[in-house]
Ligand binder design. Structure first.
Ligand SMILES: [Zn+2]
Length: 246
């Protein structure tokens, strides 16, 4: 089989045997694939640092008809995320993006929108040295692109328009709800978090400046987006609890 080539984002890797690594990557023209990088665990290997989490690379691979894993021949870096990848606090933000991408992207399915979104969020973590806004934007847009975003202006149960008070979201039920329809397991999303969602819908991440005053609204919006992602994937995310505030 001839080698294929694609621009790709490395999602995660894990060891295989003594010398190799299994690599999950999102190819711009291939969708999400898993492959074996032979020799990648050896001290001196041809992959260098290209297989780090969320690395943006050009990748060459060979498909094998009878096996699930492709064979990765080569990877070349396209840009550096060195600061974010080598800082523990920042890399926890990258890890959440990676886990969500793995969870929501079906294998072999090309997603140009998700490819661009992951790249934008990772670059902004690298550029700003802070994951709060990029990760929140990423989670919001993942929900939106997935078609799981509830209405932000009225209650999903009774249709009442939200006033200036909080709306509520549930880990067990899609939608945002009003005070009257609120159940015990629901958490609040205040007006400033709903307004941040509106900004995210209309402005590019790299044009929004993060201010400390946005911290709590970003946190609320992010946790709601995580809940909607988990609800739709019917699985729990593990990495958000590792997040270290920058
Ligand atoms: Zn209601």
């Amino acid at each position: 089989m001839p080698a294929r080539e694609t621009e790709a984002i490395i999602l995660k890797t894990f060891p295989l045997g003594e010398a190799d690594r299994v690599v999950s990557f999102l190819g711009r023209t291939s969708g999400r694939l898993r492959g074996v990088a032979a020799g990648a665990r050896r001290l001196k290997n041809r992959f260098g640092s290209t297989l780090e989490i969320l690395s943006h690379v050009q990748i060459w691979y060979v498909e094998r008809e009878t096996r699930e894993l492709v064979r990765i021949q080569q990877a070349e870096p396209l840009e550096s995320l060195h600061k974010a990848q080598s800082d523990y606090g920042l890399s926890t933000g990258l890890a959440v993006i990676s886990e969500i991408a793995e969870m929501v992207l079906p294998e072999h399915e090309v997603s140009e929108a998700m490819f661009r979104l992951i790249l934008l969020a990772a670059r902004e973590i690298e550029r700003t040295g802070n994951w709060e806004l990029p990760l929140t934007y990423f989670a919001f847009w993942t929900v939106r692109l997935g078609g799981w975003l509830p209405r932000f202006d009225r209650c999903a149960a009774c249709g009442a328009v939200f006033a200036s008070g909080p709306a509520f979201y549930s880990p067990h039920r899609a939608g945002l709800f009003c005070e009257k329809c609120r159940r015990a397991d629901m958490k609040p999303m205040h007006r400033d978090a709903r307004e941040l969602a509106e900004r995210f819908a209309g402005e590019r991440l790299d044009r929004i400046a993060f201010e400390r005053s946005m911290q709590s609204s970003a946190g609320e919006l992010r946790r709601a987006a995580f809940a909607w992602i988990e609800l739709n994937a019917e699985r729990r995310l593990n990495t958000p609890e590792l997040l270290e505030t920058p």
